[in-house]
Design a protein around this ligand. Sequence first.
Ligand SMILES: Cc1ncc(COP(=O)(O)O)c(C=O)c1O
Length: 429
Amino acid sequence: MKFDSKFMSKVRKQFPAVEADPFGRRRAFLDNGAGTLVTKRSADKEYDARIDWSANVGNEFPESLGAEETILEGRSAVADLLNAEGPGTIISGESATSLLFSLSYALGREFSGTENVVTTGYEHYTNINPWMEMGSNGEIKELRFAEFDRETGKLDPNTIQEMVDGNTRIITVTGASNVLGSRTDLFEIGKIAKDADAYFIVDGVHHVPHELTDVRRIGCDFMVLSGYKLFSRHGSFMYAKSEHIRDLTPYRVIPAPKRGPERWEWGTRDQAMFAAISGAVEYLAWVGNPSAKRPPKEGKQRRTRLAAAFKTIERYEKELMDIALNGKGKVPGLTEIPGLQLFGPRDVDKNLGRDPTFSFKLRGYSDKPLSKRLWEKYRLAIGAEDFFSRVPALYNKKTMLRATFVHYNSRAEVLALLKALNDLSIRKT
Ligand SMILES: Cc1ncc(COP(=O)(O)O)c(C=O)c1O
């Protein structure tokens, strides 16, 4: 499939809010790293589950049986998205943050206080604080940060290797920096973790919408992702290898199920959250074959469609990144606009490439007022903050502006951002 104008328009029709804000004002939504727009299939499935399958699981009447089936379908959809072993390896939770805290409680019980955890220098605090907490509780000795190259924004896996020693029990990394866009070499780091006999954890929240994920090929023990960054609603999922689901000891109340992912889930599950993620995965499978008469069967067929979808998405997002970085025609790109300081990789293809996430500052402007101006004058929705990341502080900045594109963004929307930034830059020179 190619993102020509016909297909683009079909894709955009799947997102009811893509063209205009809730008050009907046409705009470009470029704050996808903070949360994407919701696909209609996800919202519709959630609505149906809320109305039809509102009961609790465990009983024989239809509302209860339907709730159970919806939950299983949601787990199965996430499993296919990640190429996990099956629905029994998918745990749900309120957020990626809560899931990693929950995981850190379970892992902490295994340690004696002499161990260390290795992570990258460009993590979201979601993947920092749970391990810091282990340090404060005396469960580990140290949290080590493998720093990235400030110039290129990239992390050399050797820096991870250098941090690892005989006491390393966890290596935990994000799939891509949510500020710089830099992709992490998950395959190399997976090998390092295996050699070190350490748990390998991946924060997939930012990266999963941009590349086909394969937890088995990566060889990770755990991966978290969040529905609201993946065309669905809030609520998150954690993949865990079956043996960890079974053998680790999570916090749980006594009557909670003793087996399966339910063993890890705190309180009553929300079937609507599972329905919503099923809808988002169904949408992605549609991208893989828009002319198919019906959604694919779970398992191999769905995985094949998802693989096709991400092939298309990756190719198109590369094009968007190329426009964003290098401009088009007479419109200069982010690497060329006078007074614009871009943080992170300045190239698309080299060394694993990057995600379409661009953080920057523009000379003569403070971030928040600039974000407001981009909205009010140009109708561009772009965030300005620290993005809960340690990255801005590493560059001695409190905040940055960040534009994040996903595949429903058009080439024209990328150009609209570049034109606005060029315009604003000229006003200050
Ligand atoms: C890389 C990354 N990890 C984790 C999170 C937080 O996810 P959640 O809100 O589901 O806890 C974010 C949110 O911005 C993120 O970008």
